[in-house]
Design a protein around this ligand. Structure first.
Ligand SMILES: [Zn+2]
Ligand SMILES: [Zn+2]
Length: 403
């Protein structure tokens, strides 16, 4: 850790860094506490109480119970000025932890397998630092502790409950600990960072019958198999090769006996894309193919399409700000990774639809310490030395945006 935090400088950046480094033991303690008591989306009651208790102790204004378990903390600086929001999510996943650490999850079948315990600790560290250094910035910082990122989505209800209002946030920043990148790197990208996430389901309604008398049936399995194949032509032949999109059939359920023809087949799948121009085209094309194949075989169908999260799109100016902060924090341009797009999705996207902002990845893998499992894996864990780096990124963003 020391190697990325040189202390020989006497400038202000070094002072901030030194002050933040003193928070390291607390950041680890908070993160490990949260890790032991993970809670699923909209059930983050112990988590919210833990956060609120710290905010009360530090005399930071805050409002609880926003979108059930969300919290917004408000920290005013020296003088009135611009308003920046910082977002952290705090929910865990229905995963049984397999890590053998003394702070392993004590909640059966629930685990902080995405690093949101780290996000909450970083946001708490940022709140503590800012509340102790109000003279160093103008304006106001709103720290948003959001429930239910993994599902069903807490960002949208928090926005609807006014989390970005009064005072009105002018911009927002947020980070995700990211095990696809090594510690000591930061992924920053203008435009689309993460994809939209959408779901479809389709039930093919054929006509069952004897496996040896097919002429009297409409075989839902044969029709479903064709649909799966033709759906693959959407990305291959209907979407520009210069665009990215995914159409995945994840489930295919049909049939009950080896000598019977199935009357129904149920397919479900996920759709991902970056470019919102594809938002209407993809579901339209999927249904056209299902309808066309079904019609050609005299079957009918039920089709449902659900939009989960929109693409996560970073604002160019806010990305420039975050990138320049990342250069300063890492002290090397090489650590700032521009090619960090992923087809995973995030409901930070809803905040970015409301105000310009930048979501970035804080590299957190450390294979030498065995900390390189992917997010959502039962052995996911990250290098805690990057918690300080996260706080420093946020503090520097505040000073740059607000001053
Ligand atoms: Zn996740
Ligand atoms: Zn996550």
């Amino acid at each position: 850790m020391v190697s990325t935090f040189p202390t020989a400088h006497s400038d202000r950046l070094s002072q901030i860094r030194w002050d933040i480094r003193t928070l390291h033991p607390q950041l680890v303690e908070w993160r490990r506490h949260l890790h032991q008591f993970p809670e699923l989306g909209f059930q983050e009651r112990m988590t919210a109480e833990f956060i609120a208790q710290k905010l009360r102790e530090w005399e930071i204004d805050h409002q609880m119970g926003i979108a059930k378990t969300g919290i917004v903390a408000t920290i005013a600086g020296k003088k009135a000025g611009r308003v920046l929001a910082i977002r952290a999510d705090m929910d865990a996943l229905p995963v049984q932890e397999e890590n053998e650490v003394d702070y392993r999850s004590r909640h059966e079948g629930i685990m902080h397998a995405c690093g949101h315990d780290g996000h909450t600790a970083i946001a708490l560290g940022t709140a503590l630092y800012l509340s102790r250094h109000r003279e160093d910035f103008n304006g106001t910082v709103k720290i948003i502790f959001q429930p239910a990122e993994e599902s069903p989505g807490g960002a949208k209800p928090m926005i609807e409950a006014g989390a970005l209002k009064n005072p009105d946030a002018e911009a927002i920043v947020g980070l995700h600990l990211w095990n696809s990148l090594p510690w000591g790197t930061i992924g920053v990208r203008s435009g689309a960072l993460m994809a939209a996430s959408e779901l479809f389901s389709c039930t093919i309604l054929g006509k069952g019958g004897h496996g040896a008398i097919p002429q009297e049936t409409i075989d839902a399995i044969a029709i479903g198999a064709q649909i799966v194949t033709v759906l693959q032509t959407i990305v291959a032949r209907n979407v520009s090769p210069l665009e990215s999109a995914v159409v995945t059939v994840g489930e295919f359920h049909a049939g009950t006996a080896k000598n019977a023809i199935a009357d129904t087949a149920r397919l479900t799948g996920t759709v991902r894309y970056f470019n919102t121009d594809l938002a209407d085209f993809l579901p339209q094309r999927i249904e056209e193919i299902i309808a066309g194949v079904c019609q050609s075989h005299r079957a009918t169908y039920d089709f449902n399409y659900t939009r989960l999260y929109p693409p996560t799109i970073n604002d160019a100016q806010m990305t420039d700000l975050v990138r320049s902060v990342a250069f300063a924090v890492l002290e090397t341009p090489a650590g700032v990774v521009p090619e960090c797009q992923t087809m995973a999705s995030e409901d930070m996207s809803y905040f970015l639809q409301e105000v310009p902002g930048c979501y970035f990845f804080l590299g957190s893998a450390n294979p030498a310490k065995g900390l390189a499992y992917p997010h959502h894996h039962p052995r996911f864990n990250f290098d805690e030395s990057v918690l300080c780096l996260g706080v420093e990124m946020f503090i520097r963003c505040v000073e740059k945006f607000c001053n």
